[in-house]
Design a protein around this ligand. Structure first.
Ligand code: NAD
Length: 308
């Protein structure tokens, strides 16, 4: 296959990214983990589903960064996931060490790649990877908004009994409790949900979206979500590899847009071969803008703790 995606961390999210990417044949896939045998075993298993599921992408598992050399996209999922009672911010100290060392190896072997960050706390880890790699910010961005918006869309679909395919949503801000779901930009077949549902229902759906990751952690008890995060990453990777110019919410570096500077936070962007090719500035009300700024402040506070 022409393109190559490397997935660092062959755990729940990493293996799911590998599965969807291989099945969609958007690239050959390399899975890397520090645990010996884990990426090799999962890769072989996935490769052997090819004859049944009908895909021919190559899938290789490794513990050696040399096998990731020349990747077009590197997805970073290495690190700890949440357990019940933990916030994403609780992962900061441990995951920053892990993401730092992963990024150094990735930048060395694939100096021209695009990095899609997944590890939490997402916006902070994306900032860290950009600084450590020294890549231009358009080539380092994070996955959160696609997932948070998908969750909002799923809840709207459940509430109204309409197909998820006819729902659209926009969730901005950091990937945490301060995320900013925007009901005005959440539509069913073009009609804002503010015209389709009572305010109380919308408030409940917004609140469920904010806590959707935690809802799954509480069920699983041993880890966090992976099907929807994996699918969200692959939608972003596909937009880049096929130069689709998709408009998707991602954790992107802001340099004055939305009145914010030197921070990664979730905003709609145009994703194409150049990575984040444009930041899309949508109209926000005073309250929405305040919520976005509050969310960015929370990200900045955590970045300060890292002493990059
Ligand atoms: P997991 O525990 O199943 O997998 C993590 C993997 O990373 C493990 O296999 C581990 O061995 C590996 N790893 C640890 N240190 C490493 C290193 N130095 N180099 C390479 N691999 C290393 O966890 P998961 O469920 O796959 O979640 C992974 C990360 O993604 C977590 O930080 C989680 O919070 C985050 N996450 C983010 C989102 C999002 O929306 N951005 C969604 C889900 C999960």
């Amino acid at each position: 296959m022409k393109n190559k995606i490397s997935v660092i961390g062959a755990g729940h999210v990493g293996a799911t990214v590998a599965q969807y990417a291989a099945e969609m044949e958007i690239a050959d896939v390399v899975m890397l983990d520090i645990i010996e045998g884990l990426p090799q075993g999962k890769s072989l298993d996935l490769l052997e589903t090819g004859p049944v599921r009908g895909f021919g992408a190559s899938v290789k598992g490794t513990n050696d960064y040399k096998d990731t050399a020349g990747s077009d996209i590197v997805v970073i999922t290495g690190g700890l996931a949440r357990k019940p009672g933990m916030s994403r911010d609780d992962l900061l100290a441990k995951n920053s060490e892990i993401v730092r060392s992963i990024t150094e190896s990735v930048a060395k072997e694939s100096p021209d790649c695009i990095i899609i960050m997944v590890s939490n706390p997402l916006d902070v880890m994306t900032f860290l990877a950009q600084k450590i790699s020294g890549f231009p910010p358009n080539r380092v961005f994070g996955m959160a908004g696609v997932l948070d918006s998908a969750r909002l869309r799923a809840f709207v679909s459940l509430e109204l009994g309409v197909s998820v395919e006819d729902t659209h949503a926009l969730v901005m801000g950091g990937h945490g409790d301060s995320m900013v779901p925007l009901p005005r930009y959440c539509t069913v077949c073009g009609v804002p949900i503010t015209e389709l549902m009572e305010k109380e229902k919308i408030d409940a759906i917004v609140e469920r979206t904010r806590k959707a990751g935690g809802e799954i952690v509480a069920h699983l008890k041993t880890g966090s979500a992976y099907y929807s995060p994996g699918a969200s990453v692959v939608q972003m990777a596909e937009a880049v590899l096929k130069d689709k110019k998709r408009l998707l919410p991602c954790a992107a570096y802001l340099n004055g847009e939305y009145g914010l500077k030197d921070v990664y936070v979730g905003v709609p962007v145009m994703l194409g071969a150049g990575g984040v090719e444009k930041i899309i500035e949508v109209q926000l009300t005073k309250e929405e803008k305040e919520a976005l700024h509050k969310s960015a402040e929370a990200v900045k506070k955590n970045v300060e703790k890292l002493k990059i």
